[in-house]
Design a protein around this ligand. Sequence first.
Ligand SMILES: Cc1cc2nc3c(=O)[nH]c(=O)nc-3n(C[C@H](O)[C@H](O)[C@H](O)COP(=O)(O)OP(=O)(O)OC[C@H]3O[C@@H](n4cnc5c(N)ncnc54)[C@H](O)[C@@H]3O)c2cc1C
Length: 417
Amino acid sequence: MHSMLSRSLSYSTKNLSENRSVLIVGAGVAGPVLAYFLHRFGVRPVVVERAPQLRTAGQTIDVRGAGREVLRRMGIDRIIRENHTQEEGVAIVDSAGRTRAAFGVESFGGQGFVADIEILRSELVRILYEHSRNHTEYIFGDHPSSINDRGDHVQVTFASGNVREFDLVIGADGMQSKTRRLVFGNNTSIHHLNVYTAYFTIPYSQSDGRWARWYNAPKERTVLIRPDNQGTTRAVLLFRTSQRGYEDLDVDMQKELLRNVFADAGFETPRVLSGMKNANDFYFDAIAAIKMDRWSEGRVVLVGDAGYSSGVSGRGTTLAFIGAYILAGEIGCHQDHTKAFIQYETLMRPYVTAAQKITPGSIRVALPKTRTAIALRNTVLSFAARPAVTGFITKLTKSKTAEKVTFPDYETILAQQ
Ligand SMILES: Cc1cc2nc3c(=O)[nH]c(=O)nc-3n(C[C@H](O)[C@H](O)[C@H](O)COP(=O)(O)OP(=O)(O)OC[C@H]3O[C@@H](n4cnc5c(N)ncnc54)[C@H](O)[C@@H]3O)c2cc1C
């Protein structure tokens, strides 16, 4: 597949300048992956991160399908496995904490809700930073306040007052991307799913065991409790509402909002809310999918959540890995950025389209409205959790959903120049 693709895309990699410099906005997941590969493909990366240091909030995330091939090409697959959270599966529980359905890690061929490689976002971001920092200029505590494409270069003015020039600028600054707003204005379609989510760490309790526990309360509320590999527990609160703008409130107000929304939710919610009070890694955001006709404008291009947040799909990190690799590879192979960006979009679009497809009714299943709907959903899940059924579903969906590797092997292409 790789060699076929490489031939059909006809890369001309001769005479590439090694002096091109690229500003990457954001040191989350996509940013450091991009920095690592850009350096490897002969381009100088500079990463600017708005936060004063790496942002280590967040809970367990996973990398699936073709994203794992990128981990392998980065040479970090072993260290990621060594740092995985060791969760044994996910249990759907009722308000008394009784398990109604249980899916072990091995269910669905290791690709269920809890995959066979789950890692704390903080660990992943740290590993990616460590792996890229020796060849990357990292700037923390600053961000672009204006981005001016001058045709043959991009002039960036930073909030600190510094002004610098780059050959290209890449927005890897997440779902609320300021790069996207500065460069694309309102040409973005933001599909609000009317769901808010909060992540934070709470003290471990004996009841947490080694399984993630998923609890639904009526009125479209979810409490998810996940033991980590650091002696603490990661909590997630999800709720649905048609109100907009909660993501813009300050942290104290967001915590107050959650205390009100979850006040009568039952299960271990009082303990979760009490742990939230002292959580200093509290993270809150609206869940939305970003849909754009194109991801580049002149010398500026978007990658990861900034360009194609996939909402509730759980594929955001996988897309960030694949997108960063393809974009770095195409920039490495093409002196002409317009060609690079066109090929990036052509190769990346199918992954994004597949990830952004929401199965009708999936939000209803994740956040049922009434006690009856929750009980019915749990009965269906307890049937689905039987090994014969999970095995059947795995076989049925494997050929359709497996994220096959359909991107070129840029290392080989560049080695042949
Ligand atoms: C703190 C945090 C916690 C998260 N926790 C979870 C989680 O628990 N589960 C989950 O599924 N997903 C979580 N996510 C989202 C997840 O990381 C992404 O969906 C996915 O990994 C894609 O990564 P990304 O690099 O595109 O974006 P992100 O990981 O969101 O990274 C974007 C980076 O850009 C920085 N940034 C933002 N604006 C600017 C600016 N103007 N200038 C410079 N830098 C800027 C941000 O501080 C951040 O470091 C979290 C994101 C963040 C930022």
